[in-house]
Design a protein around this ligand. Structure first.
Ligand SMILES: CC(C)(COP(=O)(O)OP(=O)(O)OC[C@H]1O[C@@H](n2cnc3c(N)ncnc32)[C@H](O)[C@@H]1OP(=O)(O)O)[C@@H](O)C(=O)NCCC(=O)NCCS
Length: 212
């Protein structure tokens, strides 16, 4: 059977050979204890549209439309797959059953590509189970381990966003200051806190665990 399949494939021209979806080589799939972080794909659209259509999420992230439609979700998946949104955009999924929980991303700072900006959101049914912190840990470790040019990772949250501030703290980020950033769903700017994790702090936190 195997040899038949091989013969069948070999009889096709290179253009006709079936090609698996090519993963983005610079954004590896990430595994953690309970999660798989992978590129968003078409099968995520229904869950994405359902979970993202929530003002409690849209008003906390910078660029999510509200209301959020299936067309918005399809557009998001298409644009992330061609690298139009951010550098590494991940679907956060459950390792045991593949369920789509939300998204997270690392985006280079346009003024200095040694600095990455981290963002994340989860569908409301999945809040307060430690998933965002687990996903953020996986993202941060990947960035510092696989990209030697990355010096710092930034995170921003609205001053009212207690849960996100806590995630940021649990990742070891340090407070830098406050500012105003645009918020699409709010149609204006909102006050935010700005945090930063530099490579040396990350290394120190990682080795601290090993010393116990
Ligand atoms: C922010 C968000 C991603 C957090 O996800 P999560 O999986 O619930 O986060 P975690 O469970 O890893 O951690 C949340 C922490 O906040 C704490 N927390 C949540 N709400 C809280 C509240 N009202 N008061 C005090 N602490 C609160 C939790 O207790 C937990 O801290 P702990 O582990 O010390 O107990 C999620 O709430 C979300 O998607 N919100 C909307 C979008 C958003 O805000 N994105 C971030 C933009 S900066």
């Amino acid at each position: 059977m195997e040899s038949l399949l091989m013969r069948d494939d070999q009889s096709r021209s290179p253009e006709e050979q079936p090609r698996p979806d090519r993963p983005r080589s610079d954004c590896p799939v990430l595994l953690s204890q309970r999660l798989v972080l992978r590129a968003p794909h078409i099968e995520d659209i229904d869950a994405l549209a359902h979970l993202a259509n929530n003002a409690a999420i849209a008003t906390m992230v910078a660029r999510m439309p509200h209301p959020y439609t299936a067309k918005d979700a399809a557009d998001f998946v298409r644009r992330t797959n061609i690298g139009e949104i951010g550098k590494c955009v991940y679907a956060i999924t459950k390792a045991d059953n593949g369920e789509f929980l939300g998204c997270c991303a690392l985006e280079p700072n346009p003024a200095d590509d040694t600095i990455l900006e981290m963002g994340y959101w989860l569908g409301e049914p999945y809040w307060n189970k430690g998933y965002a912190t687990e996903a953020a840990h996986a993202l941060i470790d990947m960035a510092f381990r696989t990209r030697e040019w990355v010096s710092r990772i930034d995170a921003r949250c609205r001053v009212t966003n207690i849960a996100s501030r806590r995630v940021i703290q649990k990742c070891g980020f340090q407070f830098q200051g406050t500012g105003m950033v645009g918020n699409l769903a709010m149609g204006g700017t909102v006050p935010v806190e700005w945090y930063r994790l530099d490579r040396k702090t990350w290394l120190s936190l990682k080795s601290w665990g090993e010393m116990r």
